[in-house]
Design a binder for this molecule. Structure first.
Ligand SMILES: Cc1cc2nc3c(=O)[nH]c(=O)nc-3n(C[C@H](O)[C@H](O)[C@H](O)COP(=O)(O)OP(=O)(O)OC[C@H]3O[C@@H](n4cnc5c(N)ncnc54)[C@H](O)[C@@H]3O)c2cc1C
Ligand code: SF4
Length: 387
């Protein structure tokens, strides 16, 4: 399966752009990437300029090209008033995939004598590293897991293969200026503060929200599941508790791995699910059963299966309230995945030169917002230490 549009599709998409002077697509982008500009360069076959127009604002342009949600540039694209928006992320991915060269990593200034520690190698940490190294800083990145990419590694391969993240990293990583320490969990960011001129904490939200119901230990957290779905592969019946993007990824992964049935349990109504129309239709196409207004009550082990007790809810005075006498057992699940949210680690006491970036600062967001936050943290350090 290819993740990229072909040359003909690219050309057709480039030709549809109206080259709007007011650039609404750029204004809607959290990193102010300018589609009008890179599309104009691409139309003129000025590929190095097109590549540079993307990468100067977005060091993870390839990854964003595959998974950036349609709520930013595409939602504001003028072309949708005529027919449908330009598929800007797909254009971006196709340009970088075909035309990015190692020359993109050139132009690193002389070292400025200062060093920065970055905790977390997700999009926020990677983006911060990219900007700082290009301002002459020496960088050490500490990552708790065995690979870069952070939460992006939980996205199913059909949407984002890990190789795409590595491809962006190849252009960010300047080996003699950056050291990546994998399997290196940092318990206390302040402990690093004395060895570095600044520390950026970009640790995301590594704690899954618990269901707080009896029998919870019989379920699997979405993180355990999505980081290693093969480990939990089943041809049986799967329940996913939650109704957002992450829950949808769990459900689609279980279906793709051959589950006989997949059901989602959503506390609110189905129409309140915070997922894109495309993902919603994909759930339906994959015959995933959506149980709206339904909450888990407890989980019990029973012979080979797990019984999920659920109850119905109703909406009164702006609140979701349990509906009396509706608790009932569903005694047929082989795997129950909880995917109702996540939380950042507790912030340590503020140390003078430690700053936060990405999802651990803003709460769960999107790749491009995490990149924007990482770039802005790097900008703060540059402004403070170099001026
Ligand atoms: C299943 C799923 C699907 C998603 N799909 C999309 C999508 O389609 N489009 C989109 O735009 N966004 C999507 N997102 C959201 C996106 O992945 C996040 O917003 C983004 O990754 C946040 O970046 P971050 O760098 O702030 O944190 P993270 O990506 O979470 O990275 C934090 C890193 O810090 C490391 N870390 C944590 N604690 C420590 C420590 N103490 N010491 C050292 N390292 C530590 C973690 O291991 C991790 O690698 C999805 C998220 C999930 C979970
Ligand atoms: S808003 Fe759409 S049509 Fe207008 S310049 Fe941007 S991509 Fe092209």
């Amino acid at each position: 399966m290819t993740h990229f549009i072909n040359k003909l599709q690219l050309q057709a998409e480039l030709n549809r752009c109206l080259q709007c002077k007011s650039q609404p697509c750029m204004n809607a982008c959290p990193v102010s990437c300018n589609p009008r500009e890179f599309i104009a360069f691409a139309r003129a076959n000025s590929w190095p300029d097109a590549v540079h127009a993307i990468t100067r604002n977005n060091p993870m342009g390839l990854t964003c090209g595959l998974i950036c949600p349609d709520k930013f540039c595409m939602a504001s694209c003028t072309r949708s008033r005529i027919d449908f928006p330009i598929n800007i992320p797909k254009i971006q991915a196709a340009i970088l995939h075909a035309h990015r060269t190692p020359a993109e990593s050139l132009g690193i200034p002389e070292p400025n004598g200062k060093k920065v520690a970055i905790i977390g190698a997700g999009p926020a940490g990677m983006a911060a590293a990219s900007r700082l190294v290009r301002a002459g800083f020496r960088i050490d990145i500490f990552e708790a897991r065995k690979e870069i990419g952070g939460a992006l590694n939980m996205i199913p391969d059909e949407r984002l293969p890990h190789g795409i993240i590595e491809d962006d990293w190849k252009y960010i990583h300047i080996p003699d200026r950056m050291t990546l320490h994998l399997n290196a969990k940092i318990e206390n960011p302040c402990a690093l503060a004395s060895d570095f001129d600044a520390v950026i904490v970009a640790t995301g939200e590594p704690n899954c929200t618990p269901l707080r119901i009896p029998g919870e230990e019989l379920s699997v957290s979405y993180m355990d599941y999505l980081y290693d779905p093969q480990k939990y592969k089943t041809s049986g019946n799967v329940a996913v508790i939650g109704g957002g993007n992450v829950a949808a990824d769990c459900a689609m992964t279980a279906a793709a791995l051959g589950a006989a049935s997949v059901e989602m349990f959503i506390r609110r109504g189905i129409s309140d699910m915070k997922i894109s129309r495309k993902d919603f239709l994909e759930l339906l196409e994959k015959h995933i059963q959506l149980n709206g207004m339904t909450s888990p009550v407890r989980i019990e082990a029973q012979n080979a299966h797990k019984t999920l007790w659920v109850r119905k809810n109703h909406f009164i005075d702006g609140k979701w309230i349990p509906l009396d006498d509706t608790t009932h057992p569903l005694p047929y699940f082989d795997l129950i995945i909880r995917a109702i949210g996540s939380k950042a680690d507790q912030k340590t006491d503020d140390c003078a030169n430690v700053i936060y970036a990405g999802d651990c600062k803003t709460g769960g967001s999107t790749i491009v917002e995490a990149i924007s936050s990482g770039l802005s943290a790097a900008g703060t350090i540059i402004a403070t230490l170099l001026h």
